[in-house]
Design a protein around this ligand. Structure first.
Ligand SMILES: Cc1cc2nc3c(=O)[nH]c(=O)nc-3n(C[C@H](O)[C@H](O)[C@H](O)COP(=O)(O)OP(=O)(O)OC[C@H]3O[C@@H](n4cnc5c(N)ncnc54)[C@H](O)[C@@H]3O)c2cc1C
Length: 556
């Protein structure tokens, strides 16, 4: 039973549960746990047949997290750190999936999750302030709170090439990889896309296929990850310092506990800057993005160009053929203005192999698939297998795939026609009692995501607890607060170098999608402070009230 007074007097309606949560990745699992701790009844719906979200779906060869393992996990429960040990600095997909399975078992979460169940629609009823959530197999569940944990990167995007249906080989999307080993041994494999995933896949499969042809539209700045096993001593040190590590990660711009060079680059000579960058290059991974304060790197064009040029030179050094090297050198966007990829396995060196070919599809675009392969504007490539590493309809795709209808019959799709609009990325005007974990205009993908996810989950749980304590049935972001928040996010992005890249952060990878910079770029630390202030101020910017026909929840 709940230890919270639920406001039920006077209401004649009823709801099946207190909360429906969609998704069983990092977000959905923790949300379920927190709501259960409040004594609320919860049902979680998950499309996949297991927990894990991103790490359930992305099983392609080379899939790993770019965040360091010791911070790519939950911080909320010490017992989870005590009984789990990461093997590497950047673990592979099976290990991260195993971690999330371990958490689900340890917290006994599975009994409230319905797997292989896709939510197709959710409709708000104003008189009772409840949502009715409908699944693909026609089940309808009514709930007081509707919480999306559907992921920023969970709806795969595949370009619509002519002729794919006639292609006689096999094709795969990295985000829907089958749960089985694929032997590329004698195959001519083509891979489309050179973002973070493409880079992981290419360096893993280069040399394992008879021939690998890489179709690249834009090159990226891949920084060496410097992966290695985590030794006992190092791990003991991490465990002994976890409190401090989490505190620093929570209080940082990117949700990572890394220090940076305390000078701004203005105060350093060219040689000193080079030294700082070289040292960070050797440390690898996201520590490189912390060479100087990351907000400074992402907003100061001059230092950014110095860093970008530093990486360009590194690429040139690694690639033997100068023409290929120039194709791999990014010049169309500043470093960090797109998701910075990591190099685990000598990505650039892969192009020195005779059995790997780089095709610049910016120069000669893909025209169509043929039965035997891919035809570009100036050639034909014979292929047995094609891999789409073409990413996601990011940030909004999974939300808009659900037919969400709020107050006054307004759909989310209509409301977001010109781009997403939220208050804090958590609430949406016109859509009461809907919370969006890592929603648009929250820090989400610009951070080490478990940190951003925990902050959202805890804020939402506290908000629901507050509503129940105060006897409120309904919460809705005001139009003014939402407008100001959207303007604030846009203004911050315009003042940073993000505006100079055609990135998935702004929907540029999906033809026809409205291009708006979507994550909040002001830093997780600042964002957390804003959210705490809003909550401390009785949820400033939200309207809270009671409704006459408030529901009782059956069986609670
Ligand atoms: C290859 C890859 C590598 C990444 N590496 C990192 C990294 O190094 N560091 C980092 O911080 N982040 C990384 N990310 C981002 C990653 O998505 C997040 O870190 C985190 O896993 C997100 O968790 P989530 O629970 O919010 O969403 P997800 O893990 O995406 O889970 C969402 C779940 O919702 C389900 N779902 C969606 N719609 C519906 C529906 N209508 N009905 C039912 N179920 C639905 C999906 O099936 C999915 O299981 C990476 C992402 C990818 C794709």
């Amino acid at each position: 039973m709940s230890d919270i007074d639920t406001h039920t007097e006077g209401g004649t309606g009823s709801a099946d549960v207190d909360a429906v949560v969609i998704g069983a990745g990092f977000s959905g699992l923790y949300m379920l746990h927190r709501l259960r701790e409040l004594g609320l009844s919860v049902r979680v719906f998950e499309k996949g047949d297991g927990v894990g979200g991103t790490w359930y779906w992305n099983r392609y060869p080379g899939a790993r997290c770019d965040s360091e393992s010791h911070i790519y996990c939950y911080s909320f429960a010490e017992e989870l750190h005590e009984d789990w040990e990461w093997s590497e600095r950047y673990p592979e997909q099976p290990e991260i999936l195993a971690y999330l399975q371990f958490v689900a078992d340890r917290l006994d979460l599975r009994r409230d999750i319905e797997f292989e169940t896709e939510v197709t629609s959710a409709t708000y009823d104003e008189s009772s302030s409840t949502w009715t959530v409908e699944t693909a197999d026609g089940e309808r569940v009514s709930t007081r709170f509707f919480i999306t944990a559907v992921g920023c990167l969970s709806k795969p995007f595949r370009p619509d090439f002519d002729g794919l249906d006639d292609f006689e080989g096999e094709w795969y999307h990295t985000a829907r990889w089958p749960d089985e080993e694929i032997d590329f041994g004698d195959d001519h494999v083509g891979v489309i896309g050179t973002g973070s995933t493409g880079i992981q896949f290419i360096s893993e499969v280069g040399g394992r296929a008879d021939h690998l042809t890489v179709f690249q539209r834009t090159p990226n700045y891949a920084v060496p990850a410097r992966n290695r096993p985590l030794g006992d001593e190092e791990y003991a040190d991490i465990r002994a310092n976890y409190d401090d590590i989490w505190e620093r990660a929570r209080d940082s711009r990117l949700g990572m506990p890394f220090d940076w060079e305390q000078h701004t680059a203005f105060n350093l000579s060219d040689e000193e800057i080079e030294e700082v960058l070289e040292e960070r290059w050797q440390q690898g991974g996201f520590r490189f993005l912390h060479a100087f304060e990351p907000g400074y790197i992402l907003s100061n064009a001059e230092i950014n160009e110095t860093i970008s040029e530093f990486i360009r030179e590194k690429i040139r050094e690694k690639v033997d053929d100068p023409e290929t090297a120039e194709k791999l050198v990014p010049t169309d966007h500043p470093y960090g203005s797109k998701r910075p990829p990591m190099d685990y396995n000598d990505y650039y060196g892969t192009y020195n192999r005779d059995d790997v070919t780089l095709v610049d599809v910016d120069e000669a675009p893909i025209e169509a698939f043929t039965p035997d392969g891919i035809r570009t504007a100036d050639d034909h490539y014979d292929l047995d297998t094609v891999v789409f590493a073409t990413g996601f309809d990011a940030m909004t795709g999974a939300l808009l795939a659900i037919d969400i209808e709020g107050r006054d019959g307004q759909t989310l799709e209509a409301k977001w026609e010109a781009g997403p609009r939220t208050y804090l990325g958590l609430g949406i005007h016109g859509f009461p009692n809907l919370f969006t974990i890592t929603g648009p205009q929250s820090p989400s993908v610009l951070t080490n995501m478990p940190m951003a996810i925990e902050q959202h989950v805890e804020w939402i749980a506290d908000c629901i607890a507050y509503m129940d304590e105060q006897g409120y049935d309904r919460i809705e972001a005001t139009e003014d607060a939402e407008t100001q928040w959207v303007q604030n996010t846009n203004m911050l992005a315009e003042n940073m170098l993000f505006s100079e890249a055609k990135s998935w952060y702004r929907g540029a990878n999906v033809p026809g999608k409205t291009q708006v910079f979507t994550p909040f770029p002001g830093g997780l630390d600042n964002y957390r402070e804003i959210c705490d202030r809003v909550a401390g101020d009785d949820y400033d910017g939200f309207e809270l009230d009671r409704v006459d026909d408030a529901p009782t929840v059956e069986g609670r």
